[in-house]
Write a protein that binds this ligand. Sequence first.
Ligand code: ZN
Length: 198
Amino acid sequence: MDLYSGYINQLIEELAGLPGIGTKSAQRLAFYLINLPKERVERFADTVLKAKENVRYCKKCYTLTDQELCPVCADSRRDTGTIMVVENTRDLAAYEKTGRYEGVYHVLHGAISPMLGIGPGDIRLKELMERLAGDVKEVIIATNSSLEGETTAMYISKLIKPTGIRVTRIASGVPVGGDLEYIDEVTLLRALEGRVEL
Ligand code: ZN
């Protein structure tokens, strides 16, 4: 027997499908949303839709943005000769928060994972290689220290090495499998400053 109405169940299911949300949290959120004033729910739904409709990839670094170029790529003071490769936009945001990195980024949108069937062609690697045709001095690989992140780092380094461009990897000490987003700024800066040649 279903305890909740079909609509509530559907809402719980949608919420439970979001990353990091278990069934219990999904139930709590569903009832929270239902108890909100209608205007608040409309504003929330509208915000999700507007974000979906207006957010796109930066033409240069492929981070998510609502302009043709993201704020980093649009900033002429940034050093375009140094490219930091990250797995996603959240990782970029984490490094930006340190306020100390002056180069630009390249967002892969994922990492190579043979187990999940994600190959080099499924992330923005081709786009990275195209950018290297310009005047690039160093590529800093800042993928996560998970198995996938390490596999990706090795793969990229092998691709870039023959071009003669300097390839470095952020220092370990970033927790294994840890999302960069949850690591404090001091740790990130230390990882960046202690980067090693690949
Ligand atoms: Zn950009």
